[in-house]
Design a protein around this ligand. Structure first.
Ligand SMILES: NC(=O)c1ccc[n+]([C@@H]2O[C@H](COP(=O)([O-])OP(=O)(O)OC[C@H]3O[C@@H](n4cnc5c(N)ncnc54)[C@H](O)[C@@H]3O)[C@@H](O)[C@H]2O)c1
Length: 480
């Protein structure tokens, strides 16, 4: 049995989510994937299981060490359904504190097409903002306070044109200067200056909400990861970017030309002030990006070591009990963990199901012998006030949202990417010059130093890896 906490991944069957599931499971984390399949397929869960089982078989000679992957088909707008999933993984209360086998959440589920966000802004605010608040509410009720949030380089708006974007260009702390015209950008800006579309604004607002939540309660440990341009696919060819919707990003558009669904690639803007006239982006291999999440989760776990099998931080438990009882000490964790009821299926390994509120509701309710229960039905308004009181006389530590760029730090133009994909595929990949797209920034490149220094993470894959893996995925996919 794994000693790592279970990680719940919303949007887990999507492009970045599925690659992150693989990296988490290969590192020993059991995972719970939640997805409404609006832009993914249920079959992705089995592909992830196959990749990970092959990894453990190659390593150990058999797949018995493969961590669990439980999949729930659920919309994050379904608050009761979310609460039911957390209830499913609840452990008995300890001295009035909710405990969960879920140790942290990675929140990918969102709508992400920039152009669609302009025509359907309310859908974007509903899914990306209300959905985020629902996830936070469900986490809070279950006392799960560690979250990684999928943010985006779009929060920098057009500020990236000046060069590599540092995290400080867009901050949410109240002491950041508010005037966008501040000449000293190194001090950062408060406010979403230059964001050109509703999608980008949902990402900025999401970060702002998370900063407020962090400030409200020091128990929250929240990290926003600002992705630049994720591309590529898993080296197995089994999973990659396969959007059901009309693609907006460069690589899915290239794929549609290479697989014959489109006759030519439209290159939006060939007269920018760049060497070849096309926009420049920081393309990051999706496996590197997934490993960035692994690094961030590992750091959060280091900051808040949890009682194995529980979301309850060791420190909180010690404070609650005065001293740690022997049966909850790390050395006896396997015993404590295996005694819990488990939602496993007949094969004892994987579980996949659709959620209805009634199907899960009372299955694993907290024990009722506790004196001061905080039930999952606690009103949202009271939940943030309830936890982690600061001891009298002890100064409260500021609890800020942690923010990291995940990018390579190198720029590649649209035409350079087209050339690299022509080389990898051996196909002509016809292009046609089109007008600039409203909202596109000319240059968007990460300054990745902070993630290197604080997360011990660095992108290692090359543009050739990106193109070879994308082409392999396309060929495997076309034949499957
Ligand atoms: N791909 C990019 O270029 C990029 C760049 C920056 C940030 N991001 C962010 O990363 C995250 C993941 O992006 P991706 O490229 O993997 O997208 P994706 O569409 O492949 O994955 C998102 C997943 O969330 C699911 N989903 C959508 N709405 C949902 C809902 N209401 N309830 C439950 N599930 C829902 C979809 O079915 C999909 O499987 C998103 O938050 C996106 O905004 C992506």
């Amino acid at each position: 049995m794994s000693s790592k906490p279970t990680i719940l991944v919303t949007g887990g069957l999507g492009f970045i989510g599925s690659h992150t599931l693989v990296e988490l499971m290969q590192a020993g984390y059991p995972v719970v994937a939640v997805d409404n399949l609006s832009n993914s397929h249920a079959g992705v869960a089995d592909k992830v299981r196959d990749i990970v089982a092959a990894f453990y078989t190659a390593r150990d000679g058999d797949a018995s060490a493969t961590p669990r992957l439980d999949f729930f088909e659920l919309d994050i707008l379904d608050e009761d359904g979310l609460a039911s999933i957390f209830a499913h993984y609840a452990l008995p209360y300890c001295r009035g504190q909710a405990r969960s086998r879920i140790g942290g959440v990675i929140h990918f589920a969102a709508l992400k097409a920039v152009s669609e966000s302009i025509s359907k802004p309310l859908s974007y605010y509903r899914t990306n903002i209300t959905g985020l608040v629902n996830v936070l509410d469900a986490m809070d009720a279950a006392n799960v306070k560690t979250l990684l949030y999928s943010s985006s380089a779009t929060v920098y708006g057009s500020l990236t044109t000046a060069g590599q974007a540092q995290e400080s260009l867009c901050r949410h702390r109240a002491d950041a200067p508010a005037a966008p015209a501040s000449p000293d950008l190194s001090k950062g800006l408060q406010g979403c200056a230059g964001i050109t579309n509703p999608y980008g604004r949902t990402k900025w607002m999401g970060e702002a909400i998370l900063q407020d939540v962090c400030a409200s309660d020091p128990a929250w440990d929240i990290t926003a990861l600002r992705y630049f341009n994720p591309v590529g696919a898993h080296a197995s060819g089994a999973i990659g970017e396969d959007p059901l919707d009309v693609p907006n990003n460069l690589m899915p558009c290239i794929i549609r030309v290479l697989d014959g669904r489109k006759s030519e690639l439209q290159v939006y803007g060939t007269d920018y002030e760049t060497a070849d006239g096309t926009c420049i982006r920081d393309f990051i291999h999706v496996v590197d990006l997934a490993r960035g999440h692994l690094a961030a989760i590992a750091k959060a776990t280091e900051r808040h070591p949890v009682v194995p099998g529980s979301s309850l931080p060791m420190q909180a438990l010690q404070e609650a009990l005065g001293s740690l009882p022997a049966d909850l000490s790390p050395a006896s964790s396997e015993h404590g963990h295996s005694s819990e009821s488990s939602p496993s299926t007949d094969d004892g390994h994987f579980l996949s199901q659709s959620v209805s509120t009634s199907s899960l509701s009372d299955e694993h309710t907290p024990s009722s012998d506790s004196t001061s229960l905080t039930s999952p039905s606690t009103p949202a308004s009271s939940r943030f006030e309830a936890s982690a009181p600061v001891s009298p006389g002890k100064a409260a530590q500021p609890n800020d949202l942690r923010i990291f760029n995940l990018g390579t730090g190198a720029g590649v133009s649209v035409m350079e990417m087209v050339s690299a994909m022509r080389e990898a595929s051996g196909l002509p990949l016809p292009i046609v010059a089109a007008a600039r797209r409203p909202g596109d920034v000319v240059i968007s490149i990460a300054d990745p130093i902070k993630a290197q220094q604080e997360l011990d993470w660095k992108a290692t894959k090359t543009l050739q890896d990106v193109c070879a893996d994308t082409w392999h995925f396309l060929q495997t996919h076309a034949c499957s």
